[in-house]
Design a protein around this ligand. Structure first.
Ligand SMILES: CC(C)(COP(=O)(O)OP(=O)(O)OC[C@H]1O[C@@H](n2cnc3c(N)ncnc32)[C@H](O)[C@@H]1OP(=O)(O)O)[C@@H](O)C(=O)NCCC(=O)NCCS
Length: 203
């Protein structure tokens, strides 16, 4: 049986995007992308419209973090590069590797290039790597109730709703539920087959 090893960080090639392992050199582009109010709100990084989306980290601190992550054994951080422009438009991340249980977490954000199919392709490429190259059995994520676009993308790729943590986030003084979703290896195989054959993927 394949043993997961997140120090293996290959480049993943798609039609619209390339997922390239992020390094400290990507910090300015990734930092600029994160400095976006909608991204910060939808990823739970801020708690009101008045908060600074840039967060508390200096560029130098972020560089140190991306440098560490570029060799980390518990996460893979890919820069999402749009083929048509060559620009870094976001990141796709497998994190919290649990080797004993063959599971990990997933997070993604895209800035300035949303609603063009890039997020769906990035999620599919990342899941293909998780299940087919790393041999994982389960990938889980959290998505807030006020983010139907992300939920749609995850459902298309085969993630299943497992439960809801009620009022897990406070935003602008209002409570927002957080949904737990996950996809298992056998579900990925079904969904991958469906999308490769061009069949309608269940919503
Ligand atoms: C979530 C995210 C990665 C998706 O990537 P994307 O490139 O924008 O998404 P895609 O273009 O591949 O697909 C979007 C899908 O959502 C649908 N959609 C868009 N807005 C929607 C809405 N308000 N409600 C329901 N579905 C919606 C689109 O129609 C499309 O589905 P379709 O292919 O069936 O038509 C990206 O939008 C993003 O980074 N958003 C901000 C940060 C974020 O939300 N991160 C995830 C946190 S859990």
């Amino acid at each position: 049986m394949m043993t997961p090893d997140f120090t293996r960080k290959p480049t993943l090639e798609g039609e619209l995007i390339i997922l390239r392992p992020a390094t400290a050199l990507d910090t300015p582009a990734l930092s600029a992308g994160m400095d976006d109010a909608e991204t910060a709100r939808l990823t739970g990084s801020i708690h009101s419209d008045d908060d600074d989306p840039a967060g508390p980290w200096s560029l130098a601190e972020l560089e140190t973090i991306y440098e560490r992550w570029s060799t980390a054994d518990d996460r893979i951080v890919w820069a999402i590069v749009e083929r048509s422009s060559g620009a870094v438009v976001g990141e796709s991340v497998l994190n919290d590797l649990d080797v004993a249980n063959l599971s990990c977490g997933f997070r993604i954000w895209i800035s300035g290039a949303r609603d063009r199919g890039l997020g769906t392709e990035a999620t599919r490429l990342t899941m293909r790597h998780a299940f087919e190259e790393q041999g994982l059995n389960r990938v889980g994520l959290e998505v807030f109730d006020f983010n139907p676009r992300a939920r749609r993308v995850y459902e298309k790729v085969g993630f299943v709703l497992e439960g809801t943590r009620r009022e897990a986030l406070r935003y602008n003084g209002e409570w927002v539920d957080a949904h737990d979703m996950a996809i298992l290896a056998r579900e990925w195989r079904v969904h991958r087959g469906n999308s490769e054959r061009g069949a309608a993927v269940p919503a």
